[in-house]
Design a protein around this ligand. Structure first.
Ligand SMILES: CC(C)(COP(=O)(O)OP(=O)(O)OC[C@H]1O[C@@H](n2cnc3c(N)ncnc32)[C@H](O)[C@@H]1OP(=O)(O)O)[C@@H](O)C(=O)NCCC(=O)NCCS
Length: 340
């Protein structure tokens, strides 16, 4: 059988090397300006999950040469998002158009069905062939996000430093790396819950991990660490009340250490208009200069109509370069379309 399904912890050293080489050949062909992957801690990245999550890996090898032609992985969340699985799927560029992608997707869909997972979602960069592939298989384009990139060697550090120093009276900023003090977990989780419930488009990422209660937030930070992803967090505290009123989060992973991913930024409604979002993000960048000297760029995603956060990002030098699509389909429809 060319196709094998396994628990990521059981991927062999050879599997991981081949996995990485497929990712890097795909990157060179489809998105040559994106950073390359490193095999270090790739197993942790694929195998470590939150307690109630489930992940499977799928690999497709040429039967005669044994070459890995493609791979996929499926993550099924716990909690209230347990009905949706997120997949990633890549075919080595030299092996495309031969049914490898479709075979992997079939295996992913069958696995999702077995786990009673009803929907599948996948994130796709708008300029890659993945768009045609998922369109053709009946996936719906549910969300379009604009990816913005900040190139480290183009940052105007004087301007960023000035913004970082402009903290409104009555507030202070605190920086944390890798974990948060216990007493901050509750207000931090509450603020994230506000972000999830907000009709206003200030969110930057789709957080199906739902770290909006203390236990899940603690578990989510620990899971990031176990996956080889260092988190950097800046919080804004309102001093009269000693209350967390703003946060911004960013992650650097050991598998792509030159790239930082900016996650959520949120300011509580009654503390808006004091410039906290810009100050927090600027301060976080200045902390990163010391903490992650190897960085080449920072990426972030925003909805097209998220005017406030887009303005903040533009002040820091972020530039929109490409759109990302979030595709979704029901497992039943997908299995039907794959059988056509
Ligand atoms: C998308 C991708 C997985 C397709 O892999 P593949 O092995 O070439 O796909 P298959 O050969 O199984 O093709 C299956 C069907 O999709 C169609 N298809 C594949 N790529 C297509 C494209 N770019 N546009 C339109 N249709 C496409 C094929 O024609 C085939 O149709 P058929 O069943 O009617 O013959 C591969 O191009 C890839 O790895 N791209 C980069 C992946 C990526 O960006 N992933 C990020 C999100 S996970």
């Amino acid at each position: 059988m060319p196709l094998k399904q396994l628990t990521p912890a059981n991927l062999s050293t050879q599997d991981l090397q081949d996995w990485c080489s497929v990712l890097n050949e795909m990157t060179s062909t489809d998105m040559p300006n994106e950073p390359r992957w490193q095999p270090e801690r790739l197993r942790d990245y694929l195998a470590e999950n939150m307690a109630d999550e489930y992940r499977q890996a799928f690999i497709y090898r040429d039967e005669s040469s044994g070459d890995m032609l493609g791979h996929a992985n499926l993550l099924i969340f716990g909690g209230k998002h347990r009905d949706t699985g997120v997949l990633e799927l890549f075919t080595r560029p030299s092996a495309r158009g031969k049914g490898v992608g479709k075979a992997l997707l079939q295996a992913v869909a069958e696995c999702a069905k077995q786990r009673e997972c009803e929907n599948l979602a996948v994130e796709v960069i708008a300029t890659t062939p993945a768009v045609g592939f998922y369109d053709q298989l009946g996936f719906r384009r549910d969300v379009v996000e604009q990816r913005h990139l900040l190139r480290w060697d183009e940052v105007d550090w004087d301007k960023v430093q000035e913004a970082a120093g402009r903290v409104a009276a009555g507030y202070r900023l605190e920086y944390y790396s890798e974990s948060l003090p216990e007493e901050l977990l509750e207000p931090y989780a509450q603020l994230k819950a506000y972000l999830r419930g907000s009709a206003e488009p200030i969110a930057l990422t789709t957080d199906r991990r739902g770290s909006t209660d203390v236990d899940r937030l603690r578990d989510s930070l620990q899971t990031l660490r176990r996956r080889g992803m260092r988190s950097h967090v800046m919080v804004a505290i309102s001093e009269p009340y000693e209350k967390v009123v703003g946060l911004t989060e960013l992650v650097v992973s050991e598998q792509r250490p030159t790239r930082a991913d900016q996650y959520d930024t949120v300011v509580a409604p009654e503390h808006k208009s004091y410039g906290l979002a810009l100050t927090m993000k600027a301060r976080l960048l200045t902390e990163l200069r010391g903490a992650e000297p190897q960085l080449v760029d920072v990426q972030t995603w925003t909805a097209e109509d998220a005017r406030d956060i887009k303005w903040v990002n533009s002040q820091l030098g972020f530039v929109h370069d490409v759109d990302w699509y979030e595709y979704e389909t029901s497992v039943e429809d997908l299995l039907h379309n794959l059988a056509q």
